[in-house]
Design a protein around this ligand. Sequence first.
Ligand code: GLC
Ligand code: CA
Length: 554
Amino acid sequence: MKDFKKSTVYQIYPKSFYDTNGDGIGDLNGVIEKLDYLKTLGIDYIWLTPFYPSPQVDNGYDIADYYNIDSSFGTLEDFERLVQEAKKREIYIMLDMVLNHTSTEHNWFKRALGGEKKYKDFYIFKESADHEPPTNWQSKFGGNAWEYVEKFDEYYLHLFDRTQADLNWDNKEVRNEIYGIVNYWLEKGVKGLRFDVINLISKPEKFENDSEGDGRRFYTDGPKIHKYLRELNENTYGNYDDIITVGEMSSTSLENCIRYSNPEEKELSMVFNFHHLKVDYYNGDKWTIMDFDFKQLKGLFRIWQEDIQEGDGWNALFWCNHDQPRIVSRFGNDKEYLNESAKMLATTIHMMRGTPYIYQGEEFGMTNPYFDSIDKYRDVESINYYNILKEQGKAEEEILEILREKSRDNSRTPLQWNSEENAGFTKGTPWIPICDKYKEINSKDALENKDSIFYHYQELIQLRKDYDVISNGRIKFILEENDKVLSYVRTLSDKTLIVINNFFSKETMIELPDEYLSSNLNSRILISNYKDSSTLNKRLALRAYESIVYYIEG
Ligand code: GLC
Ligand code: CA
């Protein structure tokens, strides 16, 4: 059985991972073919984003059938083979459970539209006077969150696209159906579950206008969320002792995060929160361009690490996923300092308290693709916002600039396997253009160069297994006033780890607090991103993006 505190999860977006039949779409057989590569990296779990039958309006987060595999990805047999082949390599599969909403192509929704009361009660239909939506809540993908159905003269709620209808979790029959779905996949040998936007499932009793915002304060960490998660646990994965779970908790609070992940609450193993990935949203608006606010980032990490520790909760540690731009293009420097900054960013989170997640391609420094025209984008959110920003009067070039920084497609371009045609991803035409840096940035070159970002990740993954101070130590942030360097200390009995990361290309000098220097005779460098990093000293000069981890015993 794996200890999730010593484990690392690797996220695969199957559509963009590896295509084995030349249709331009990655598939489950592609994942099987690359298992040895993942074994070399050393990861423990593969989180697969949704592969269920879907009209693919939101790339599979709009599920039409929870019990099958979309034919573009393969078959149930392929999936079963994947579970077996991964297990042979001591890798386990984590599935993405999208249970806040279904596709409007799901049979339940079709029957609801057909007028069957039982299925109408599976969703959130509301009447409204005067042809006005029941509330002013906004969809996360832009526009009002209610869709009108003429036949009933009613609206249904969709917090995401209009083809993603929110399920009514207050209906016990819905919850029972959901337990059935989760148990079905657990019986197939799945060992991990990632719950999509799970803190949005509990809607308020009364639906009212939000005079202050977009409505999220009424349903984020909603009234019955803890009850529903505990019941889900009790009826599904709680009956096993080797399942890890992670909840995607958009805009959650610290207090709720602790409850979600404190083992005594019997809800989830850990949580993704996104506060640290909003430090480049100008006035909280994603669709703006802004340098990241480093001081804010530091403050957020400190709070979410130290306070979650105090409450005995557990974090999922991540920079990247299929919804986020590439971190090295975002908070690093993907030009002069690709290697240094990618390694520094990796060390920053892999040495923290929590379970690290790596998003495909991150392990060898994949960057944003910098698309130059709207035709290259596929993502529903990006295209919606392109239109919204147009309506607001923004110029084409300005909008494209924003998308180049903020679009979810930045992370969805095909994995760059080698420098051959289509980056070795497909023999056909890729469903979305390849990032044109693939000749310099690809997994084959990374594997051939012992100094590559890939081997840095490999080492970080192994260190977490070998050093209890990484998996179980306490964390405390230091150098809080420094505006260039993020630094923290991990401790476990007589072991100490000092982690130091320069987030900028300018050289900078730091002074460490004396309390960590008394026993520096026993200190050594555990990992760094320069060959000749300095030994532990009170004063240290850090070069561009320099990152050093000192290990002290005694
Ligand atoms: C999550 C997913 C995202 C999806 C949304 C709606 O945020 O990560 O890709 O669009 O939920 O399911
Ligand atoms: Ca394919």
